[in-house]
Design a protein around this ligand. Structure first.
Ligand SMILES: Cc1cc2nc3c(=O)[nH]c(=O)nc-3n(C[C@H](O)[C@H](O)[C@H](O)COP(=O)(O)OP(=O)(O)OC[C@H]3O[C@@H](n4cnc5c(N)ncnc54)[C@H](O)[C@@H]3O)c2cc1C
Length: 437
């Protein structure tokens, strides 16, 4: 199934779950039906939806390995994490907006008598929970703005993003204390309680720095080589038991005070813990790596993650599109096929770059393809030919061919649109996402 569809199904599934639980609880809600009663019910519905999405965000944040396969890889899980987070914040803002609508409604509708006040200590508790909700919603709104504003520096965004685990715990108190008492005998209350328990556990794991700990390995840099003006190849020796499938990636921390960054393992597994990364200078950190990295220095590698694997595909023919630094998983695939060239599927490999200077892996691709007769390599220079059109990339392949893509998002969208135009199934498009925010 197309991975974008899996994401949409999960998001709509959570929304439906909230709606059904809310509808089931509706008849038990006390009070005469009026505009105020409905306002209260919609506050509860938006709150429940926001809470379930936020809990999903928290679960995905701890990188649960068992979700990788059904979701199509950690990169897709982070995409769901991002959109569930955006959905949760939008619903939380709606929830708060409905709460603030009191003043406006009072101008038009008379308010029924105030409900009987509970014990004073319970009221204090409820007021604290309300305050937690109010502060959190403001923090979430700021987070939404800087997430959507892609130019906000990533390392600062990351630090702020970490604080969200604390915000989640504050919101857990808000949700549990302010859920209507009748809900606790209903699916709505069970959902609130169960998601609060699971989500709070995940938030604590995050705050304790335990995310991905069981996947961490020490290692050393064994070789560094420049490829062209802005690509650095870094080889490392990993300590302990290490195994990866071609096409997977790892989070690499070079011990320079910077957070771990995700890079694809550009070689096939050798069984001896040797790994290679090809890193393009795409931002502040990666641009300074060439002058900072040294052979012999320690590294910490967390992984492997990812499901970008052409072997999962039963299509009789495949089109591989490697654009720019997106060449890395394909180099690992081709290397992994050297041991058994007869296992290689029928492939049209398109290596797409701006010009010959940028085609730093062209020779490597040529030599790897030499031993694989079923793989046909084409190199495209967009400065001369323009950006390759999907029709041209797909033309040599049959309509049943699948497409495996790694490269810039705009190019991916164009290829997908081209497939749609040609009447090819979107389920045959597979992409490795090089972006997690
Ligand atoms: C699954 C995956 C595989 C990748 N494989 C490769 C590869 O083989 N070769 C390669 O050159 N690049 C690869 N990347 C991209 C690489 O991770 C980013 O280019 C790099 O982290 C940019 O860091 P920067 O600080 O220099 O740039 P910045 O300008 O600070 O960041 C640019 C963007 O990179 C991403 N990013 C930055 N820091 C992190 C981080 N710590 N964790 C997660 N994302 C971050 C964010 O989306 C950010 O908006 C891959 C990314 C992903 C998600």
């Amino acid at each position: 199934m197309q991975q974008g569809n899996v994401m949409k199904k999960i998001l709509w599934g959570v929304a439906l779950l909230a709606l059904v639980a809310w509808l089931l609880a509706l008849p038990q809600q006390v009070g005469a039906v009026s505009v105020w009663w409905w306002r209260q019910q919609f506050i509860l519905l938006s709150g429940l939806g926001a809470w379930l999405l936020m809990s999903l965000v928290m679960v995905l944040a701890v990188r649960p390995g068992w979700l990788e396969r059904p979701m199509g890889g950690l990169d897709k899980m982070y995409r769901l994490h991002k959109w569930a987070g955006i959905g949760a914040i939008v619903l939380a803002l709606l929830h708060y907006g409905l709460d603030l609508s009191k003043g406006l409604l009072l101008m038009f509708f008379e308010r029924p008598g105030k409900p009987v006040r509970a014990e004073w200590w319970l009221n204090v508790f409820r007021d604290v929970a309300k305050d937690f909700g109010e502060w959190s919603v403001w923090l979430l709104a700021v987070m939404l703005a800087i997430t959507l504003w892609q130019r906000f520096p990533y390392h600062l965004w990351r630090v702020l993003h970490k604080v969200l685990a604390l915000v989640y715990l504050a919101l857990a108190l808000h949700a549990v204390v302010l859920a209507p008492p009748q809900w606790w005998q209903q699916p709505a209350g069970w959902l609130v309680g169960a998601s609060a328990l699971v989500g709070a556990w995940c938030a604590l794991l995050s705050l304790a720095g335990r995310i991905g700990r069981s996947h961490r390995h020490g290692g050393r840099v064994t070789a560094i080589a420049s490829q062209g003006a802005d690509v650095l190849e870094v080889a490392c020796q990993v300590q302990g038991r290490w195994q990866h499938r071609a096409g997977q990636f790892a989070f690499v921390n070079f011990g320079d005070g910077e957070a771990a960054h995700p890079f694809t393992l550009s070689n096939a597994d050798t069984g001896r813990g040797e790994v290679r990364f090809a890193i393009k200078a795409l931002g502040d950190y990666t641009a300074g790596m060439a002058s900072r990295l040294q052979v012999g220095q320690a590294v910490r590698i967390e992984g492997p993650y990812g499901q970008f694997d052409f072997r999962r595909d039963s299509a009789p023919e495949q089109v591989w599109v490697a654009a720019g630094i997106g060449a890395t998983p394909f180099m690992a695939w081709l290397e992994s096929l050297q041991r058994a060239p007869q296992d290689a599927p029928r492939v049209h490999l398109h290596y797409c770059v701006r010009n010959a200077q940028e085609a730093v892996f062209a020779d490597r691709f040529r030599s790897l393809c030499e031993t694989l007769p079923s793989v046909v390599l084409d190199i495209h220079h967009s400065d001369e030919e323009g950006l390759p059109r999907a029709d041209d990339l797909l033309a040599p392949a049959s309509s049943a061919a699948s497409v495996w893509f790694c490269g810039p998002q705009g190019f991916a969208d164009a290829v997908r649109a081209g497939m749609h135009r040609l009447g090819r199934s979107p389920a045959h498009f597979h992409q490795e996402l090089f972006q997690m925010r």
